[in-house]
Design a protein around this ligand. Structure first.
Ligand SMILES: Nc1nc2c(c(=O)[nH]1)N[C@H]1C(S)=C(S)[C@@H](COP(=O)(O)OP(=O)(O)OC[C@H]3O[C@@H](n4cnc5c(=O)[nH]c(N)nc54)[C@H](O)[C@@H]3O)O[C@H]1N2
Ligand SMILES: Nc1nc2c(c(=O)[nH]1)N[C@H]1C(S)=C(S)[C@@H](COP(=O)(O)OP(=O)(O)OC[C@H]3O[C@@H](n4cnc5c(=O)[nH]c(N)nc54)[C@H](O)[C@@H]3O)O[C@H]1N2
Ligand code: SF4
Ligand SMILES: [Mo]
Length: 736
């Protein structure tokens, strides 16, 4: 790998932060892309309404400014611990979600062949009656378990509740099998509980931060990015492990340009250094550890020299970085990561990362991990959901013993739909998730859809999955609706309210209303027991001991302060089988899995092919923002990052257009190459979420290359059923 000069380095950081920073001025400065109906500037009075953001799932609260009935700007709520008074570029650009000309406007019912995009518009009455009749028919023929729900996002909760009351047990979220499931399972097996969201990392107080993949600064999880900027400002050492010179790497003391897929080898070697050089927290391990001697024996051969051959990293760099971060214990964090579905052995890699943190004794310590707390909100009284006649279909015989029963396995439901086993799945309800963009292997998703009698999509935009729906229901965007109360986990708990700021421009409706209408039609109206939704929210707020008026006025109400660090009197408890930190897991051993994580090499790709890696850009979220006029203006398309050696060999110059072809012959739309020293020469990197295929999404249709389309191959994590997303290889096809 070539070394970057200081000049190149400065250029990189200026570009990156320039792009992110620009968003903060968008809505107010008239810097609007052509063709966008901007909120007209008037001298009218501005009203300010607090609500919380749904551009991603971090749940920052903000203040919406409205003039003459139009949303003018959205800025951070200073009372909010998540935003700390500042939003990320997507939050600021969320105004564009309201004025996106591609929004779904009224319910649609399919008239032609599925996927051919022939629709008639319908009233809500017609659309909901149609859905309820179909659902009842499927339930009568196959049982209500044969209707599955895929959801993501705040509004999905009440639809989950209503459909569960009807007997739909196969409910899933992509946040488990495609996102943070392996991490939570890895930590649960180690300390007895997963980490949840937000990750309880005390970045602001840390003296050293280690990032394995986690690309903070491009991954814009607001609070963490702000705290990260603060520690960079006070020059706390940062260590970044990434095959790509990420924005975070540009701030690092050590960048470890690891060979993709070999992180477990690195983490084992780091632990080996800590143990052999006596650089771990002995008192913590003696007090809280289980099976430490067996753990030490298991990793004794995992020296930096051994790991060097796997990871491509210099053993001296492995040692030096281990010495650096361990010298700061316990005020050090090895970030647990979030999207950890990389290679199919991810729960074990995450467990290794959990063990490394435990060696540093940073759990419950200031500058390490805080013990997150929240405020409980009592549930509104409702009847118990019916007993389940048949178990879930997504994980037959508990094939994946650590799959989550609440979040479920998206790809497990898909497999059951294709095979009809353990029983047929005949209906899919899809709320706020684009299964064509976020699941690996689109052909399997299409094969599953072919088996369905009913596919309903509830979305704000004509997503790719909406193109295959039988019925599309347009939800209002978050600025236009109430959602259920949200109680956040943090150093101090807080409750935040989503409330309408402006009116929906067409015939869009909020999720709570859709849930109620559906529940009534399915004969389970008591599962959506509100008349006036605001009364329901007020009831819950008051039961939680809050003033609903205060919540409406301020947007955020903080819970009580309790100790979250051992230093302040918090107690450490580990809810594993042994009641301790499981350096050696008897539970895993009993089930036939490795009791201490082991490294297994990934298969190499076809000769000459590059491994496809993916991640985020600061101004986009998944596949949901590409048509947002403000955000598209900042980044209209993605590009394929390649190393200069790769470009030279392929005869490509920076900015040349190529198609990417994967190992199964699947090709993308043309995309420009970004020739850069910032990536290893054995991989290519693209931001995920581009290359939309629904022609109704005019602002993003065929713009950029779809990572999802190239993700045909995936491995399944044997512990928890998560699907790997970094298992594909591509070649560059010139002359596109
Ligand atoms: N702007 C923005 N921010 C977001 C989101 C968004 O859509 N947009 N989504 C949010 C969500 S839901 C999630 S889950 C998070 C995801 O954010 P992260 O958890 O940070 O993301 P990953 O996709 O796991 O990691 C991407 C990084 O890993 C590197 N990488 C790829 N392969 C390897 C490897 O083998 N080893 C190592 N060490 N690194 C590797 C890539 O080069 C890239 O820098 O982001 C959140 N934040
Ligand atoms: N190839 C690849 N696949 C991935 C990832 C990756 O990095 N690469 N990342 C994975 C990760 S970490 C995650 S968390 C998942 C994310 O997966 P998803 O959360 O499903 O993300 P999107 O694909 O953006 O789909 C979101 C859909 O919700 C719609 N939507 C947005 N707001 C609302 C709303 O208020 N109401 C309703 N009803 N709909 C709304 C959007 O228009 C969009 O169609 O993807 C996973 N899949
Ligand atoms: S991190 Fe950004 S997009 Fe996500 S909730 Fe916060 S402001 Fe909104
Ligand atoms: Mo995610």
């Amino acid at each position: 790998m070539g070394q970057l000069t200081r000049r190149q380095f400065l250029k990189i950081t200026a570009t990156t932060f320039g792009a992110a920073g620009a968003a903060q001025f968008l809505p107010g400065t008239g810097g609007l892309p052509l063709g966008v109906a901007a909120p007209a500037a008037t001298s009218g009075a501005t009203t300010v309404v607090p609500t919380f953001c749904e551009m991603c799932f971090w749940k920052c609260s903000g203040l919406a400014h409205v003039r003459d009935g139009r949303l003018w700007k959205f800025e951070g709520n200073p009372l909010d611990p998540q935003s700390r008074g500042r939003l990320c570029p997507r939050g600021t650009g969320s105004v564009g979600a309201v004025y996106d000309p591609d929004r779904l406007r009224q319910p649609l019912i399919r008239t032609g062949e599925r996927g051919k995009e022939q629709w008639k518009t319908a009233t809500w009455e017609e659309a909901l009656d149609h859905i309820a009749a179909k659902m009842k028919k499927i339930a009568a023929e196959h049982g209500p378990e044969s209707i599955a729900l895929f959801s993501h996002g705040t509004g999905g909760g009440l639809i989950r509740q209503a459909t569960r009351a009807f007997g739909c047990v196969n409910q899933t979220l992509p946040s488990f099998a495609q996102c943070k499931g392996p991490r939570d399972v890895g930590w649960e097996l180690t300390i007895g509980s997963g980490l949840g969201s937000p990750e309880p990392v005390d970045i602001v107080n840390t003296d050293c931060l280690v990032l394995i993949g986690s690309h903070l600064g491009e991954n814009m999880h607001n609070t963490q990015v702000q705290e990260f900027a603060e520690i960079v400002g006070r020059r706390a050492p940062v260590i970044v492990v990434d095959p790509r010179f990420s924005v975070a790497a540009s701030k690092a003391k050590y960048w470890l340009p690891i060979k993709p897929g070999t992180d477990t080898a690195l983490v084992l070697a780091w632990m080996n250094v800590l143990v052999t050089e006596n650089r771990y927290d002995r008192a913590f391990v003696e007090k809280y550890g289980h099976g430490f001697d067996k753990f030490v024996a298991a990793i004794k051969d995992n020296t930096p020299e051994w790991a060097a051959a796997e990871t491509g990293l210099d053993p001296a760099l492995i040692r030096a970085s281990a010495r650096e971060f361990s010298s700061h214990g316990p005020r050090v964090i090895v970030h647990p990561g979030r999207r950890t579905n990389w290679y199919g052995d991810d729960a074990q890699r995450s467990r290794a990362i959990a063990l490394l943190n435990m060696l540093l004794g940073n759990y419950g310590r200031r500058g390490g991990f805080y013990l997150a707390t929240n405020v409980a909100i009592p549930a509104y009284p409702k009847p118990k959901p019916p007993a389940i006649a048949r178990g879930r279909a997504d994980n037959p015989d508990k094939r994946y013993p650590f799959a989550d029963e609440v979040e479920g396995l998206t790809t497990g439901v898909r497999a059951a739909t294709i095979t009809g086993k353990p029983y047929p799945i005949k209906g899919w309800l899809v709320y706020g998730t684009d299964l064509m963009q976020n699941l690996p292997n689109i052909a399997e998703t299409r094969a599953a859809i072919d088996k369905l009698d009913l596919l309903v999509v509830i979305d704000t935009l004509p997503s790719d999955i909406a193109g295959y729906a039988d019925v599309v229901l347009p939800e209002s965007v978050f600025f236009e609706r109430h959602d259920d109360l949200f109680s956040g986990w943090g150093r101090q708990g807080w409750i935040t309210l989503r409330q309408p700021v402006v009116k929906p421009p067409h015939d869009q409706k909020p999720g709570w209303w859709i849930a109620k209408q559906l529940a009534d039609r399915l004969g389970v109206g008591e599962s959506a027991p509100w008349g006036n939704f605001e009364e329901y929210l007020a009831w819950r707020a008051e039961k939680a001991g809050l003033s609903f008026d205060e919540l409406k006025k301020n947007g955020v109400v903080m819970g009580p302060k309790t100790p979250v660090f051992v230093e302040d009197g918090a107690k450490l408890e580990f809810t594993t089988e042994s009641g301790k930190v499981e350096f050696y897991s008897d539970h895993l051993e009993k089930l036939g899995f490795d009791p201490v994580p082991k490294y297994t090499p990934q298969e190499a790709g076809p000769p000459g092919a590059l491994r496809l890696l993916t991640g985020r850009a600061p101004m986009h979220t998944f596949s949901r923002t590409q048509s947002n006029p403000f955000l598209a203006d900042l980044m209209p398309t993605n590009e394929a990052w390649v190393h200069p050696d790769v470009a030279k060999q392929a005869g490509l110059v920076n900015g040349a257009k190529v198609k990417l072809r994967n190992q199964d012959g699947v090709e993308t739309d043309p995309v420009r190459v970004k020739v850069t020293q910032r990536i290893r020469s054995d991989c290519v990197y693209m931001v995920y979420g581009f290359g939309h295929e629904n022609p109704m999404l005019k602002g993003a249709y065929h713009r950029g290359a779809s990572v999802a389309r190239l993700t045909t191959r995936y491995k399944v994590d044997p512990l928890m059923g998560g699907t790997s997303l970094n298992s594909n290889f591509v070649t560059l096809v010139k002359g596109a």
